[in-house]
Design a binder for this molecule. Structure first.
Ligand code: GAP
Length: 563
């Protein structure tokens, strides 16, 4: 998606002095992306015919292919395609990679030892007037003064309508008309509720009166469920809030069943569930989502080098699939933010268009987790505030949450050294990834229609590896043997890649539909094709059309997609 700076250059280059309005109207708004996603079958709201379910999303025919391609690309690049014989640039040594698929529901003790049972919570506030619940750090607002009264007016509106909503709510609260807006004064920029101490002056996001929000309270984000028919208190379990723990508890199984040795990584892709208090921003914060996680086990002495390797490699991966460097931010956590056992955590963030200009949202976190997880699953939940870490004890001096008692240490066959491996964890979200690629891909430009007239075109410039359909095959017209030849080509290509056949409507309209779906190439069978066995390939991004022999088509497409 063109960014503000880019648009400024385009507009000034053609000799116009742009207004903010010009620039804003050129920018692809989130609404346009959301509307395209629904119209073309990338994403639907879950349970839509019953009014929808907040925080849950379904992937339509194009969306499911996009997300599958993203997960496949990750799996191939990180795991199945990894060559353990070659030392990668920036890596301290060669390493092994293997995969895992663990269950969503696991022994409840796992979540006690991992810390999720005690610590995986958000602070939330309830509104006594509306009975609605909000996440404390996600309610935004601004101090507004009218005459002598100062009120913190909150809103749940998206960034681009936030100020309008605050003003509208403030006018209503002070019983003023829109023409009286100038009698309001705004104090400081908008901020989140966790920066406000005086709750009695807060106008809740949906409330009419002041001071209706409760003090923030802890709320565990794990979904609880019961096992078996009787379902007593002892039969509860949780839907996993991350795939990572399935990897830690299988560390020994993987070691014992393979011939790999440290350093190595275990990769897993799968669903995770979090009962988010305020799911929002399309799929960005959902209650059911997919993660792509690696737990990389290494010697403590080389863990810092491995941390740097994974951080840089993961950033480069997003770029290799088409996210521009300017839209990405590598945010290293400040020392104060780090758990003491961690030497580093970095978030790879993306400039999602629903965020205010200059703000970024997390795509992936890369964390150095030390030996916290393996030790916790051996000895019992460790107290992360202790140094060196010791098992957290209860009032009776017993471990608060008992570990498995199994030995999860590692013995180096060459040196004979026994140690608890350190872990570096690159943890990515498949849904956030898919959303970032959709946002980046959305472009509006101009292309000639069937009569040669320039028309606005919506085009999804998805990387060919991610594109749901790699090529579309069209007969120019539905007669003279063209459909038959086009169908032959379609059948041949379909053996190898996702292709689409279309013979309905004018060819220009068919191109437009494929542009919106992000299809990189359109192959057209025309009159010439019948005599000289050639077709045209149209490139989605350059609009260039080249003639090529039908025999060479499959190889040509593969080459273009790999370029
Ligand atoms: N094992 C570490 C872990 O789970 P996290 O930062 O909580 O770390 C990792 O999650 C990634 O999972 C995030 O960077 C994000 O891409 C994705 N993710 C987390 N919560 C999400 C949610 N509610 N909706 C969509 N994706 C989410």
């Amino acid at each position: 998606m063109p960014k503000f700076r880019e648009l400024f250059c385009i507009v000034t280059a053609v000799g116009l002095i742009p207004t903010v309005k010009d620039l804003l109207s050129l920018m692809a708004s989130m609404e346009k992306i959301v509307s395209l996603c629904k119209r073309r079958g990338f994403l639907f709201q879950s349970s839509e015919i019953y009014g929808g379910l907040q925080g849950f999303w379904d992937y339509g025919p194009l969306g499911v292919e996009l997300k599958r391609n993203l997960k496949d690309a990750w799996w191939r690049d990180m795991c199945s395609g990894h060559n353990e014989l070659i030392q990668q640039t920036g890596a301290p040594s060669t390493f092994d990679m293997v995969g895992l698929d663990s269950t969503i529901i696991m022994h409840p003790q796992i979540w006690k030892c991992s810390g999720h049972y005690d610590m995986f919570h958000d602070y939330m506030v309830d509104c006594r007037e509306t009975k609605k619940r909000y996440r404390h750090d996600q309610v935004r607002g601004r101090w507004v003064t009218h005459q002598e009264t100062k009120v913190f007016v909150t809103t749940m509106a998206e960034a681009d309508t936030e100020q309008d909503d605050i003003q509208h709510r403030a006018l209503k609260f002070f019983r003023l008309r829109p023409k009286d807006a100038e009698s309001l004064s705004f104090d400081g920029p908008s901020t989140t509720l966790d920066n406000v101490d005086e709750f009695s002056a807060v106008l809740g996001p949906d409330a009419k009166s002041l001071g209706t929000l409760t003090e923030p309270r802890e709320f565990n984000l794990m979904f609880k469920t019961t096992l078996g028919a009787l379902g007593g208190e002892d039969d509860y379990a949780f839907l996993r809030p991350e795939t990572a723990q399935g990897i830690f508890v299988n560390f020994k199984n993987v070691l014992d069943s393979t011939r790999i040795g440290i350093p190595f990584g275990i990769a897993q892709v799968g669903k995770s569930f979090r009962n988010e208090i305020t799911p929002r921003n399309f799929t960005f914060r959902s209650r059911e989502f997919e993660q792509m996680e690696i737990e990389f086990f290494c010697h403590p002495n080389s863990s810092q080098e491995w941390y740097r390797f994974w951080r840089d490699r993961r950033l480069a991966w997003y770029q290799s699939l088409g996210l521009s460097r300017e839209s990405l931010l590598m945010r290293e956590h400040a020392k104060e933010e780090l758990a003491h056992y961690s030497v580093g955590t970095a978030d790879i963030e993306y400039a999602f268009p629903f965020l205010p200009e200059g703000e970024y949202g997390e795509l992936e976190g890369i964390s150095h987790r030390g030996d916290f997880d393996l030790r916790s699953h051996m000895e019992g939940k460790l107290d992360p505030s202790t140094c060196p870490m010791v098992v957290e004890l209860d009032e009776n001096g017993k471990p608060r949450h008992r570990g498995s008692g199994r030995d999860l240490t590692y013995r180096d066959d060459v040196t004979g050294e026994r140690f608890t491996p350190h872990v570096v964890e690159p943890s990515a979200g498949a849904d956030r990834g898919a959303l970032a690629f959709l946002c980046e891909a959305y472009h509006e430009d101009e292309a000639p229609d069937d009569s040669g007239k320039l028309q606005t075109r919506v085009v999804m410039k998805l990387h060919p590896r991610l594109a749901p359909v790699k090529a579309a095959v069209f007969p120019l017209v539905k007669k003279d043997g063209m459909p038959e030849l086009a169908q032959e080509i379609y059948a041949e290509l379909k053996r190898d890649m996702a292709v689409f056949y279309d013979e309905k409507s004018a060819v220009g309209r068919r191109y437009r539909r494929q542009d919106e779906a992000g299809t990189p190439y359109c192959i057209t069978v025309d009159g010439e094709s019948l005599t000289d066995k050639t077709v045209t390939i149209r490139d989605r991004d350059t609009l260039e059309q080249t003639r090529i022999k039908i025999d060479e088509l499959a190889v040509e497409l593969k080459q273009r997609m790999m370029a």
